[in-house]
Design a protein around this ligand. Sequence first.
Ligand SMILES: Cc1ncc(COP(=O)(O)O)c(C=O)c1O
Length: 384
Amino acid sequence: MSQRIHGDPDPRLPPLVSPADFAGLPGLCHLAAAGETPMLASQAALFSEFMNDKAKGMGGRERIYAKVTRTADSLAALLGCQPEELGFPQNVAQAVNMVARSIDVSGGNVVMPQWEYPSDMYPWRTGTTMEIRLVRSSDHLMDPQRFGDAVDSSTRAIMASLVSYYTGELIDLKDYRVIADSCGAVLIVDVSQALGVAGFDVSLADFAVACGYKWALGTHGAGIAYCNSARQPGWQPRESGWTSAVWVDADIRDTSVTPVLDGRRFELGNPAALCVQMLGAGIDYLRASGLARIEAHVRALTDVLWTELDGLGMRMLTPGDSARRAGIVAFEVDDEGVWRRGLEARGVLAWTGDKRVRISPHLYNGMADIRQAIEAVDALRRAS
Ligand SMILES: Cc1ncc(COP(=O)(O)O)c(C=O)c1O
């Protein structure tokens, strides 16, 4: 009998919210929030509102932008920061390219885990001349000590994910803040796999980035970027456009650029306004559900999942300590294609890749989904 981590959660634990709030979700065993979440049925109305606004000239455009501003307000309330610190780049890759290029220093280095997501890693290779120091570990788990050993007086940045897309490990940001401060580096954190499922203190980071289409319940085209106004008061990216600079009328315009000091620095030109509105509806829904309640609910599900899968002898990538995970439980497999087909044949939508299976419940899942996933894994394990 495998050991439970937080006592015995209710074996009938229902979803925190009605699956019927989401388009196409009822009847599915959808355990893939770390890859894609379903959309809120209520988000459909935003399309027609947007089409209506877009037909209404300058007034319509003002309404469109007011809704973009409302998304920043709602997100700021969720994160506990100022709306002006938030912008909506297209995706994580775009925002990390901008941040990396802005702190490019010849002879400098950036330190990150070897298994970091490509959108957080590749921009430093292609966009800067800096040395990339990869911190390695055979179990692919984070150890602040190894980061402390890797930095030196030339370290300009530390890049890390709050929750690893690969292992599901949740780190303690405070540890990495201390290391960044020890060498005067900028701390950049990818919160894509945390935002909407785990609380955190974003002010510990200089910059935070996230994609909006996973736990945050938005869709592609509207990423999230945060620039800490206290730590980075005058940050200027190397890129610019009409929304990231103070407007100068055509008759007197010259080539001087006066940057605005808010989230529009990440947008450069028009943001994906419809996608940002979609994201805003997702963030409103998360806030109405209560982030602390979502976190506790998902943890109750992942605690059972981790314990049972470990009991089946799966090769767990996710740490066993419940406090070191959020919404992801992952285990290694030899043939991810076989696992994908096997799980789908048993009605379980998980995610495969990087030679692992990743199972990630959100607020619309209940314990019945977790049981279905455990039974499917057990059946596939026996068959292999
Ligand atoms: C940690 C992390 N960052 C970023 C992304 C997506 O990157 P982008 O927003 O550049 O498409 C993912 C997608 O899985 C992710 O897991």
